[in-house]
Design a protein around this ligand. Structure first.
Ligand SMILES: *Cc1c(COP(=O)(O)O)cnc(C)c1O
Length: 377
């Protein structure tokens, strides 16, 4: 089955009344018929039918052995990195979601992890950072918010040769455009809050693993940590996934128009977008992804334009987050990346002239018109 059909018809799940959609099994526990009853369901932290249905769908979309649905993307990442046994040195992209940076550079240290943040698009640099105690590589591609592209297959080869666990955060492109497990990754993580759910109405996270050994270890962590997705939110995310291909196609075509418009605008200094043919990672994108997604960052020529734009957009909403049907505009320095030390942000160019856009599924002419009136000088 192709992915568009899979998003709707992946199920072999039988329910009592023949409901077309997955019922919301709003229960914490399950009654046993007898002492030898070994039903898969005993307590909803371990497994719940609504959630299991969603997990089996997401596992199929990412072509994984299994998927685990969490209460947020950060819950998924925090639990999944426990697959790495401390003490451990971990190589990570230097451009990551702000919450991942916060976790890796502060909290994870106390679990016995030491992170090296580097430009993982530079394969020689990745190789040169491997030490005796290195146990994992963790990347985002394209990265948040600078859209650096790392070669998943090449890094998977490096990971395999050195017996390292390889994690990819696939939030930006989703399995509709990019399937890291097929390219050699071991674990894929997602903020399901973003494109998978797609409607800015529920938080969720996923970790998808490639084999039964990782499945067994993560299943143990999952029930131990307990950051599981509720039945109702599982239902919402599954409903969102039904239109993932349609939404991603529209987001992809809208983003191309918006990125090109920004590039031509006289108050814009620089545009970061993985779909520009002259961007650094373009050839890698063509190799490993079938679309460029809806994320665009840009730097304005002067910081005074930031408040002007954020206050005058009407279709774009000034809000943190991304990946929903509504277009959003974000000020990373004050929002998503506010906890990253200022000197690091400045060195990367995430300054007070830097904004990020998540393109939605509106009519693209309305998006351009909205930007035109907000960018007027
Ligand atoms: C939002 C985001 C996360 C965190 O997910 P939450 O659902 O907000 O906890 C992780 N990675 C990326 C790339 C994200 O955009």
């Amino acid at each position: 089955m192709k992915i568009e059909t899979l998003c709707l018809h992946s199920s072999d799940f039988k329910n009592e009344y023949g409901c077309l959609t997955t019922p919301i099994y709003q229960t914490s526990t399950f009654v046993h018929e007898g002492v030898e009853d070994t039903s898969k369901y005993s307590y909803s932290r371990l497994a719940n039918p609504t959630r299991c249905h969603l997990e089996s769908l997401v596992a199929k979309l990412e072509n994984g052995y299994s998927a685990f649905a969490f209460s947020s993307g950060m819950a998924a990442i925090t639990t999944a990195i426990k697959l790495i046994k401390p003490p451990a040195h971990i190589i990570a992209s230097d451009d990551l979601y702000g919450g991942s940076i916060r976790l890796f550079s502060n909290d994870a240290l106390s679990y016995g992890y030491e992170f090296d943040f580097i430009d993982t698009s530079n394969l020689e640099l990745v190789k040169s950072k491997i030490r005796k105690d290195t146990k994992a590589i963790y990347i985002e591609t394209p990265s948040n918010p600078l859209m650096h592209v790392s070669d998943i297959k090449e890094i998977a080869n490096i990971a395999k040769a050195n017996n390292l666990l390889f994690f990819v955060d696939n939030t930006f492109l989703t399995p509709y455009f990019q399937r890291p497990l097929d390219l050699g990754a071991d674990v894929v993580v997602h903020s399901g809050t973003k494109f998978l759910g797609g409607h800015n109405d529920a938080l969720a996270g996923f970790a998808i693993v490639k084999n039964s050994e990782l499945n067994d270890r993560l299943a143990y962590l999952y029930k131990t940590v307990g950051a599981c997705l509720s039945p109702f939110d599982s239902f919402l995310i599954e409903r969102g996934i039904k239109t993932l291909p349609l939404r991603m196609d529209r987001v992809n075509s809208n983003a191309k128009v918006v990125a090109n418009w920004l590039r031509e605008n006289p108050i814009v200094n620089k545009v970061y977008y993985a779909g520009f043919e002259d961007s650094l990672g373009y050839s890698t994108m063509l190799k490993q992804s079938s679309g460029f997604g809806g994320m665009i960052s840009f730097e304005l020529k002067e910081s005074r334009y930031v408040s002007q734009i954020l206050q005058s957009v009407k279709v774009f909403q000034y809000a943190e987050s991304l990946g929903g049907v509504e277009s959003l505009i974000t000020f990373p320095k004050k929002q998503t990346h506010a906890d990253v030390p200022e000197n690091i942000l400045n060195a990367k160019g995430i300054n007070d002239r830097f904004l990020r856009i998540s393109v939605g599924i509106e009519n693209v002419e309305d998006l351009i018109e909205d930007l035109r009136q907000a960018f007027k000088v």
